[in-house]
Each structure stands twice: as C-alpha cells, then as structure tokens.
Design a protein around this ligand. Structure first.
Ligand code: ADP
Ligand code: MG
Length: 224
C-alpha cells in the first residue's frame, strides 16, 4: 500500500530578483512501513522536500499525497493537525525544550493532543525504556549527550504512533557510535511500530540501515 506519493513536485526560491529552482519534477513513492534513505550533498534540497511533506512549506507545483489526503488541499490548521497525528519528525538539532525534563519533552505532543494522561505517560516511559533512557527521564537537556537527546527526540516523534517518521539529518550532530545507534533504533523501532521512515542525510552509510536508498541531485531523486 502506498503511504506517500509525490508527483511532479516543483519548488523554487526567490533569491534577490531570480527564482532558483530547488526541486524539479520530483517523483517519489513510499509504501506503508517502508524505510527510505534520501542521500545527497548539502544544498541539494533534502530539507526543502521534507518541509513540504511535513506541511511546513508549500510546493509551487505537483502533488503530495499522504494516504488519501492531498496536502495541497489543506489549510494551515489542517496541516498542523495532520502533522501532529500522522507524522513524527526528528531534526538534526533535536529541538528539545531545555526547560522541560526529558519525559515532559517526550509527552509534549500528547499533551497538545489532550490524550488521556495515564496511558500517555505509560507510552512515553515505555519508549524511553526502549531506547535506554528510563533512568534519565527527569534530566534536562543540559545534562544529556547529543546521542541521548536524539534518542529522546525519537521517542517524542513516535509517541502518538505516526504512520510516517520524517528524519532530517538526524545523525548530523553525532559521533560515529551514536550515529549507528540512532540508525539502528530508527530501523528497529520503525519495524516494531510499523511506521515508515523518510530519512534525509548527506551520510551515505544511512542507506545501509534502510530498505532503499535514493540519491538526490539536481532537484530530483534517482536510484542510488
Ligand atoms: N527559504 C529559503 N529561501 C531561499 N533559499 C533557500 C531557502 N531554503 C533553502 N534555500 C536554498 O535551497 C537550497 C536547498 O536547501 P535545502 O533544502 O536546505 O538543502 P539540504 O537540506 O539538502 O542541505 C540551498 O541552496 C539553500 O540555500
Ligand atoms: Mg538540510
């Protein structure tokens, strides 16, 4: 079953008085539960693509369909709800709140969703346990390593059982041991949770941890 279908996607940015094309007639399909690595150099448009799939930016042309929903047809509020309910997002710089404990960071999307407190907390604690962070659930980000913060960010992204996990350079800030650990967790947790992964990175090693690798260049994707 196709989960994500991207057809003829175009995106350009206006830079001073010129429009610079970034994504050009890009086509991509991802099946439910599939893990895909998009590998390309810095500046090739990976983040631009993920922002559009996340509903944080709009394409200039083409279509993005998530399940039965066409993103271009949704307004900002509907996109925000879709993002919270159907997607999990992991970023390079974790984007955790330094004023909150690890557990509260993980719980945040569920609280915004007004999910029942007790099962939500059990779910958050089970995820933290799964990634080896149960003992650090009361810690604040300042007390944690990059690898620990990224594992917590992964828990937060998975809290509400997304169908699709978007990961934008999730290991860009980690040493090689922690990179591997995050790739492995992305793979194993996506299997356990049955969610698909769209992983964008400049790190060619990432493809080895996914089902399929695609090379991104000149605004398009091609088999790696
Ligand atoms: N909001 C923006 N306005 C103008 N140019 C942008 C904007 N966002 C990204 N770009 C440019 O688009 C290109 C692709 O950027 P990006 O999608 O961030 O690539 P990647 O994530 O692969 O490094 C880069 O040249 C970048 O400078
Ligand atoms: Mg990027």
């Amino acid at each position: 079953m196709t989960l994500l279908q991207i057809e003829n996607l175009d995106k350009s940015y206006r830079i001073t008085d010129r429009r610079v094309p970034i994504l050009q007639n890009l086509n991509l399909a991802l099946s439910a539960g599939e893990r895909l690595a998009l590998v390309g150099p810095s500046g090739c448009g990976k983040s631009s693509l993920l922002q559009i799939v996340a509903g944080l930016d709009r394409a200039d042309g083409g279509r993005v369909r998530l399940g039965e929903v066409e993103l271009g047809a949704l307004d900002a509020r509907a996109l925000a709800l879709l993002r919270r309910r159907e997607l999990g997002i992991v970023f390079q710089f974790f984007n955790l709140f330094s004023s909150l404990t690890l557990l509260d960071n993980v719980l945040l999307p569920g609280r915004l969703e007004r999910a029942p407190a007790r099962p939500l907390r059990a779910r958050a604690e089970a995820l933290l346990e799964r990634v080896g962070l149960a003992a650090k659930r009361g810690a604040r980000t300042g007390e944690l390593s990059g690898g620990e913060m990224q594992r917590a960010a992964l828990c937060r992204a998975l809290l509400l059982k997304p169908k699709l996990l978007l990961a934008d350079e999730p290991t860009g800030n980690l040493d090689s041991e922690n990179r591997r650990r995050v790739y492995q967790l992305l793979r194993d947790l996506s299997r356990e949770e049955g969610c698909a992964v769209l992983l964008a990175t400049h790190d060619a090693e990432a493809a080895a941890w996914t089902d399929r690798g695609l090379a991104m260049r000149d605004g398009r994707v091609a088999p790696a």
